[in-house]
Design a protein around this ligand. Sequence first.
Ligand SMILES: [Zn+2]
Ligand SMILES: [Zn+2]
Length: 347
Amino acid sequence: MRAVRHTAWKTFPTIEDIDRPEPGPGEVLLKVAGAGACHSDVALFQDYEAGQVPFLEPPYTLGHESSGWVEAVGPGVTGFEKGDAYLIYGPIGCKHCRSCSRGQDTYCENVAEVGYMAAGLGRDGGMAEYITVPATNLVPLGDADPVDAAPLADAGLTPYHAIRLSLPVLAGGGRSALVIGLGGLGLITVQILRAITGAAVYVTDMKPEAVAKAEEYGAIGIPAGDDQADRIRELTGGRGVDAVFDNVGVTPTMQLAQRVVAQQGRITIVGIAGGSVDWNFYTNPYEAVITNTYWGTIEDLYDVVELYKAGQIVPEIERFTMDQALDAYQRLVDGTISGRAVVMPNS
Ligand SMILES: [Zn+2]
Ligand SMILES: [Zn+2]
């Protein structure tokens, strides 16, 4: 079968012919419907080098946000019908530590023994005709379109988890949020905030067309420029915003977050660009928290699928065949993809 492979550090992916995997004990073999191409893949194959990120040693098949139809089950697995559509929860931990036991494989305490982080991150992912994953990593999609759904496994789950942890500061009257960076993940951040909170949602992005798109979902665009922080303070009556979601994570976006957060607010750095800000007693408003977050839990993913089925999340996707998979990554490198690129290995 054909698969998009991360073969070596600082090397663009290639399409290779590899053996179709067999489902092991507790695993399900899925025929892949869709696999999203994520910006973090680009960082991995383009920027990182050996030893920089443990548990992600190439070679492996890319695709950490995927969906598929059940093809076969491994020993000990029951309750699945061939042809039923599922969204794949990508993180795969040891399944028995404290973190895995609450459905948060992302923070598995035994990752060193597991040896990889997720399907598509160290272990073979969904950019192939078939994939095997533990049966416990599957969220049923029912009649919902699995191709449109694929990016939700990361671009939906990551913002949902960050927003859920910020709900205490977003609940109440007159609350507001700021979303920085409106790629595939940012536009879904806006939709989730609008669906599950009553907060005013401010957005900013270098691309005016991305801001316009977010405004269609009910966000309030803040034009780029040096006075952004002042504008946001003004719009919030001087208070600042209760929650900031920085999907970029470079120093200037983190500085903007720090300048506009309200007292007792919460800044979540979601983007992995590696920026930094100073912190001392006087740099942040009182009790304002700055934190990071990584992906989400499988329980969160069930919630994301419910929002998707209800039409409250509409992923912006562009579809690619397997023959076009490397073009999808090249366009991601070039920055010419709006929304999310989804590869359909079996179409
Ligand atoms: Zn990703
Ligand atoms: Zn674990």
